[in-house]
Design a protein around this ligand. Structure first.
Ligand code: NDP
Length: 484
């Protein structure tokens, strides 16, 4: 059985406590490797390595940091198939998705920030005949990066790459549910020649490793992606220490479909926005609101297409619907389907755990599920399920659609389908979401601000904003010699 290791001070080492956690393949339900069950002592070791590496790394020329990050990106490309297979086995996602989305995006994250740092310019403000101000952006110190299990390497690198490019050194923790690609990344960092201590990866549980990173007084910046409840706990612990926080949290995203939309395009994309990665993407549109004249036509076509989406072995090239990432999460999703029934919902398709024959017979699979007949205020429509479950609700007016859409505590993403450009802009302006897609979904330009409002998060990732998050601006004011 493979024992994964922590990556601390440039070396792969066992956890100090020598305890390990079982790592499951969700498609087979079997343990296939062991993860370090690290604790605050391992975090302290990682912190010391990061602290020792900080002076040299933070003062190194941007070009040098850029070159190293580009090298890591190239190594991710070189190991594309190995990483795709590892991600699929660890998370349960279809290999095709890992190959086309997760792993290319991990390389893109490194390239984006490797080049981005070269283009970040300093600001100058001139007070005529009086003074010159210039603003330095200095790396904040040691950054804590904590990421979830749904897009493991994709989201892990989305934090690490800007932190390293900005000149911070890092103590990072992937989710203990999906540690494998973070472990493989540590091997690639060694191969790339990343100086020791610059990046440290500590594996283990959130309540031990994640909590130790958050509570560490020497780590002034925390970038976190995960659930809203965990985000609140991190904010509570970090606040008295005045840590800088970036929180990317949960969502319950509306997908508003007007009757004048391009039906075929909308149907195809809505299938993706509902069920990609088994619905385990924070940006999935789980509440679908359909203008009443289109409701029956949409329902019939959508349910038909959803039924074609069969669960299969994620390792199979043809599979488009894989396994749920953990047994516990599978139980949570099933409990929400039961709740939907209790709340008066009608299951139009799916709603069951499925068995995939062969080596996946013991795996954790749930059929893509479509539910109708629920009030927009019920728990099924208010709480994040984060699985292959969507609800359909008809609406009569734009005002009503907006009221439904904005009724939750979340505000991450929103999707609008209409050919009426004026209406598209109007609705986009009034939707309480940090990210809006009109007639598309998950079309990402890495320069744009990414994040949510309300309980979906604090701050934005992406573009120069992410680089600046890992930096402290320092203004220098020089009085002109001949001024009063
Ligand atoms: P969690 O909040 O449970 O966990 C996220 C990470 O935090 C994991 O590494 C976890 O470790 C760790 N963690 C848990 N408890 C603590 C703690 N007390 N202190 C510090 N770290 C801790 O989320 P999930 O992994 O279940 O991910 C799913 C959630 O992530 C969903 O709500 C989803 O919407 C959200 N998400 C948001 C995105 C966004 O961009 N807004 C993108 C993707 C997902 P461990 O795994 O050991 O519990």
């Amino acid at each position: 059985m493979q024992h994964l290791k922590n990556y601390i001070n440039g070396e792969l080492i066992a956890p100090l406590g020598t305890q390990y956690i079982d790592n499951y393949n969700p498609a087979t339900g079997k343990v296939y490797s062991l993860i370090p069950d690290s604790d605050e002592k391992d975090v302290q070791l990682a912190y010391e390595a990061a602290a020792a590496a900080f002076p040299a790394w933070s003062l190194s020329p941007k070009e040098e940091r850029s070159k190293l990050l580009m090298r890591i990106a190239d190594l991710i490309d070189k190991n594309h198939e190995k990483l795709s297979r590892a991600e699929s086995a660890d998370n349960g996602k279809p290999i095709q998705l890992a190959r086309t989305v997760d792993i290319p995006r991990a390389a893109a994250n490194f390239r984006f920030y490797a080049t981005g740092i070269l283009h970040l310019s300093e600001e100058a403000n001139i007070m005529e005949n009086t003074a010159v101000n210039y603003t330095l952006n200095e790396p904040s110190g040691i950054a804590g990066c904590i990421s979830p299990w749904n897009l493991p390497l994709y989201l892990f690198t989305w934090k690490i790459a800007p932190a390293l490019a900005a000149g911070c050194t890092v103590v990072a923790k992937p989710s203990e549910i999906t540690p494998m690609t973070a472990y493989l990344l540590s091997e690639l960092c060694i191969e790339a020649g990343l100086p020791k201590g610059v990046l440290n990866i500590v594996h283990g549980y959130g309540h031990k490793v994640g909590a130790a990173i958050t509570a560490h007084p020497g780590i002034p910046v925390i970038s976190f992606t995960g659930g809203t409840k965990t985000g609140a706990e991190i904010a509570r612990v970090a606040a008295p220490m005045f840590k800088k926080l970036s929180l990317e949290l949960g969502g319950k995203n509306p997908n508003i479909i007007f009757a004048d939309c391009d039906f075929e395009q909308m149907l195809k994309t809505t299938l993706h926005s509902s069920f990609s990665n088994q619905g385990e993407i924070c940006l999935c549109g789980s509440r679908i609101f359909i203008e009443r004249p289109l409701y029956e036509q949409f329902k019939k076509a959508f349910v038909e297409k959803t039924k074609e989406l069969k669960a299969g072995n994620p390792a199979d090239d043809k599979t488009r619907h894989g396994a749920i990432a953990s047994k516990q999460h599978k139980e949570k999703i099933l409990s929400y389907i039961a709740l939907a029934k209790e709340e008066g919902g009608t299951i139009l398709c799916g709603g069951q755990e499925v068995k995939v024959p062969g080596e996946c017979a013991e795996g954790w699979f749930i059929e893509p599920t479509v539910i109708e007949g629920l009030s927009y205020t019920c728990r099924t429509n208010q709480e994040e399920i984060f699985g292959p479950v969507v609800t359909l609700t008809p609406f009569d007016t734009e005002e009503e659609a907006l009221m439904y859409a904005n009724s939750t505590q979340y505000g991450l993403a929103g999707i609008i389908w209409t050919q009426n450009l004026t209406r598209a802009h109007r609705v986009a302006q009034r939707l309480q979401s940090g990210i809006i897609w009109i007639n598309c979904w998950l079309l990402r330009d890495l320069r744009t601000p990414f994040g949510g409002m309300k309980k979906s998060g604090v701050g934005r990732e992406g573009g120069f904003e992410a680089l600046r998050f890992f930096m402290e601006p320092k203004n220098v004011c020089i009085k002109l010699a001949n001024s009063q």
